[in-house]
Design a protein around this ligand. Structure first.
Ligand code: UTP
Length: 290
């Protein structure tokens, strides 16, 4: 079993980030100087995937353009003797194969994944959400692929969250296999803390068997009137093996303003050419404290 394709759903409206997302896709907002979506695509590529299906919608064309050559910028920079800058642009176009499918109405994450079926076909595949950043030594998707290939089953990436935060996520319940692995028996989308089967939350990384498509076709709209991937996974777990893997890495919810600021600071501090100046700026804004 080899996982060769990834699906990145990017068709959501990004309403938590208005007005920035009125005419600009949320996925194109930069973390320092790299658009969120590039970080996500690079994670998939570093996990061994070359064929990437982006689920797009209206006003999202710039996402696809970002992964193509930008002839005007590149030739202008070459003529000015700034080929190193031109190469930054060209490298992105060479990263992988990008395919797109439109989700004409944002009917939910489950529906967005189902839209990818004509390209994915009868193969297992990875799903990476376009607004969740995971900083990890071994890319999170690679960690999940290793488990999926070993267990020959679908795997969702999970992380432990505080009790007050369970209502923000899909939460899994099941039997622990070892320190990181759980055999999933149930899933609940955004439960109240007293209804959560555990504190293991799904932030936005999955490796799924193609059997998920049949399940999603039969999944009725759930929370928010949307076809929820979590509800589809619950039905999948009733039919076949599904695992949750507590991945190693730091996750940032970059679709949320505070998560976005958190990621921006963390990634800026990792850049050697910026770190000292960013620290000085932070001190200035804190009035000398910190
Ligand atoms: P979110 O709910 O976090 O994103 O969906 P959103 O809908 O864009 O944002 P808000 O809540 O209005 O601020 C998680 C991911 O699933 C995609 C989104 O683009 C995002 O990457 N998604 C969501 C779709 O592709 N289609 C949908 O119908 C819903």
């Amino acid at each position: 079993m080899k996982i060769r394709k990834a699906v990145i759903p990017c068709a959501g409206l990004g309403t938590r980030f208005l007005p920035a997302t009125k005419a600009t896709p949320k996925e194109m907002l930069p973390i320092v100087d790299v658009p969120m979506i590039q970080h996500i695509v690079e994670e998939a590529v570093a996990s061994g995937i070359q064929d990437i299906v982006i689920i797009t919608g209206r006003n999202k064309d710039s996402i696809v353009d970002h992964f193509d050559y930008s002839f005007e910028i590149e030739s202008t920079l070459d003529k000015k003797g700034k080929s190193d800058l031109a190469d930054i642009s060209r490298r992105i176009a060479k990263l992988c194969n990008i395919m797109t499918i439109r989700q004409k109405n944002p009917m939910g994450l489950g529906h967005a994944v189902l839209c990818a079926e004509p390209i994915i076909g009868d193969e297992p595949f990875a799903v990476l959400l376009g607004d969740d950043l995971i900083d990890a030594k071994i890319p999170c998707t690679r960690q999940l692929i290793d488990v999926a290939e070993r267990e020959k089953a679908s795997v969702v990436g999970v992380m432990e969250v505080a009790e007050r935060d369970v209502s923000k996520y899909g939460i899994v319940g099941g039997d622990k296999v070892d320190g990181r692995l759980t055999r999933v028996k149930t899933l609940v989308e955004k439960p109240a803390p007293n209804e959560a089967p555990s504190r293991l939350a799904i932030p936005g990384r999955y490796v799924l068997m193609p059997s998920i498509f049949e399940v999603l076709r039969n999944t009725k709209p759930g929370k928010g009137g949307e076809i929820q991937l979590t509800d589809g996974l619950k039905s999948l777990a009733e039919k076949e093996k599904l695992f949750a893997y507590a991945f190693d890495g730091t996750r940032y919810d970059t679709g949320d303003r505070l998560g976005y600021i958190d990621a921006t600071l963390a990634y800026a501090l990792k850049r050697p050419e910026l770190a000292a100046d960013v620290r000085a700026l932070m001190k200035k804004h804190l009035g000398g404290q910190g």
